[in-house]
Design a protein around this ligand. Structure first.
Ligand SMILES: *Cc1c(COP(=O)(O)O)cnc(C)c1O
Length: 380
């Protein structure tokens, strides 16, 4: 039987609090108020402004990419990113069922269909081996891309997600996808600051997308960023998210169906101040992870640490319980003690709108969903 008494007192000691301890809270300890007031004083509060430009430049530096486009949220960023690589209505997109619903929703907004491929046990993200097996069984390379020979649909993209900031085996995955002529879009919403072999997540695929929602490692209130090393795709991203408007001094020329998805300058002001502290937050999260790692050695739950060759941003930290029963007890005891913990997401194919989607056996996803629990991870 699991007994979470030790865990509860350890977490209370870390946060020096007897009150409710949330899973993840933002920290505003830098230039947030200053930049927000400055944005208001400038009168540029909407989708054009100096902070939007600065935010985009900062993100290019952090992610080592050539072009960033700031958007209203991560979900719309993924939607646009998929469209940029050519995903159309009726196409299939390979992704994981073990993810936040936004990943699958972004595919559906384009009229495309998610195909759920299993995750790896070590990364909790899309498994290159599982993708390879699926493609060997169902994939067919044609002149203009890869098709699913059973459904006849185009497999137009692959959308891995770096779960809780732990990088997937991205090199292997992009290699397989290249062989099958399938563009990779990274859902890097949770992995700002994470690296794989020294390279930032989000910069491996054709396009990567980050989220700056209030619960992420840094926040703009609400917001997202599309990053790419392909300058043409970058320009196209800006164009599509700005109502597909052709640059002109005064005339309205919109020559495609676009979106109003640009990040307002007010949100960018908050984001700039937060990004200035990204390294500080990353360092503090590593310290916290280290403490958890040492503490959980003596407990009957396993604390998840980054894999060799990777750097995790430790956005949401997590433990692995022995089985579903132990998980449920741990969740009950901690939450009743007002120390917030939460199970990993329900698998996408168990949600009503995705229950008829194609999927493989999902052995690892089912194993993890029964055992993984997030624990309080805020920067102290
Ligand atoms: C947060 C998140 C998103 C979406 O971000 P929003 O900015 O909230 O739209 C997408 N995918 C994953 C995996 C996320 O965790």
């Amino acid at each position: 039987m699991s007994d979470s008494t030790n865990t509860i007192s350890f977490i209370r000691e870390i946060y020096q609090s007897q009150d409710f301890i949330p899973l993840h809270e933002p920290r505003f300890i830098g230039n947030e108020k200053k930049y927000l007031l400055d944005a208001i004083d400038s009168t540029f509060v909407s989708s054009v402004g100096a902070y939007v430009d600065r935010f985009e430049e900062m993100m290019q530096g952090i992610t080592k990419t050539k072009k960033t486009v700031a958007v209203v949220n991560g979900t719309s960023g993924i939607q646009v990113a998929l469209r940029l690589v050519g995903v159309k209505s009726g196409d299939e997109v390979l992704t994981q069922a073990l993810t936040f619903v936004a990943t699958a929703n972004a595919i559906s907004y384009l009229g495309a269909k998610p195909v759920f491929i299993d995750v790896d046990l070590d990364t909790m993200g899309l498994s290159p081996n599982a993708v390879q097996s699926f493609l060997e069984e169902y994939g067919e390379l044609r002149e203009n891309g890869c098709y699913n020979k059973q459904t006849g649909n185009k497999i137009a993209a692959c959308l891995p997600m770096h779960t809780f900031g732990f990088p997937v085996h991205i090199s292997e995955l992009t290699k397989i996808c290249n062989e099958w002529n399938i563009p990779v879009v990274e859902d890097a919403a949770e992995s700002l600051g994470s690296e794989f072999n020294g390279q930032p997540t989000g910069s491996f695929g054709e396009v990567g997308v980050f989220s700056f929602n209030g619960n992420k490692i840094v926040t703009s209130g609400g917001g997202g960023a599309i990053v790419t090393n392909n300058e043409n795709l970058g320009l196209k991203a800006k164009y599509l998210t700005t109502t597909a408007k052709q640059p002109h001094a005064y005339e309205y020329v919109h020559d495609e169906l676009g979106y109003n998805f640009r990040m307002p300058n007010l949100n960018a002001a908050l984001a700039c101040a937060q990004l200035e502290n990204l390294n500080l937050f990353l360092g503090k999260k590593r310290e916290l992870a280290k403490k958890y790692e040492e503490f959980f050695i003596g407990e009957d739950v396993k604390f998840r640490v980054e894999l060799p060759g990777t750097i995790a941003n430790y956005w949401l930290m997590c433990v692995e319980l022995e089985d579903r029963k132990a998980r449920d007890l741990f969740l009950k005891e901690t939450n009743e003690a007002k120390v917030m913990t939460r199970p990993i997401w329900e698998l996408m194919f168990r949600l009503p709108m995705y229950q008829d989607c194609l999927k493989d056996k999902q052995v690892n996803a089912k194993f993890l969903v029964d055992r993984i629990v997030n624990i309080p991870s805020s920067v102290k």
